[in-house]
Design a protein around this ligand. Sequence first.
Ligand code: NAD
Length: 285
Amino acid sequence: MSKIMDGKRVSQETKKWIIQKTKELKDRTGVVPGLASILVGNDPASEIYVRNKRRACGRCGMFSEEYNLSEETSEEELLSLIGRLNLDEKIHGILVQLPLPIHMNPAKVMKKMSPNKDVDGFHPENTGKLYQENPDVISCTPYGIEKLLDYYGIKILGKHVVVVGKSNIVGKPVAALMLNRDATVTIAHIETQNLPTITTMADILIVAIGDSQFIKKEMIKEGAVVIDVGINRNESGKIVGDVDFEDVKEKVSYITPVPGGVGPMTITMLLWNTLEAAETFAHGK
Ligand code: NAD
């Protein structure tokens, strides 16, 4: 009998803690954590993500600013906005919503951000520190996955974690995080041969590929823990994950639903990282 890992519930509990800590920080130091979100272009999914993040900030007592830039904005203009936000004392976290338009180089944009304000953990300095087991900030989705595993008391140490997908925002950092927790980690991707032979070895299977209901029960070991990061729309417009939930649910021990699993945790860990950045700022004042 599988257990659902309720990301909504864990996220609500975590947010209560964040609200409390935000209030304490303000009472103690006068510092209100501030997040600036930058959206370039009119991607509807990105607009929803940014709006949800802004609302979540408000509900946690944080300050937030949103910059909606047109698709035609030059890379130079974006870099100069980030430069100004790096110096703005009201802002402790800067989020640049990805993907960026093709005329912009995401690596250059991430590098422009002050590493202290990089609440997404994508600056090369923060990525490097994660790989050196000395992270200052952990990317929000991987961090949310770790919190979920810990909340449900799932042992990571010594387990075989298979990560399917090797993106810079999910696959690679979550693999590094699991390795830091002394799991044995395998990373698979689109060019991986005999994928099911690898995924069926997983004690913990983390899937971030962006392909609707791709993982079926034949690809999973009996009793595995399955973390589904995917957010896709199927033919009927319904939001589904990368895992075929109905097909696998009787075979797994734990599984995250989509929606309501990893998604809410990602937003919550963004708030967590913003709070931590504000605490570091207040400490250094
Ligand atoms: P991406 O598109 O940048 O990378 C996809 C990765 O999956 C690549 O490494 C590719 O090699 C691999 N891949 C694709 N198809 C595959 C297949 N059939 N077999 C094996 N590997 C395959 O992806 P991303 O940005 O990491 O996003 C992945 C999914 O996660 C998307 O659905 C995205 O919307 C979702 N996502 C969700 C959250 C959240 O908070 N829940 C956060 C970020 C991304």
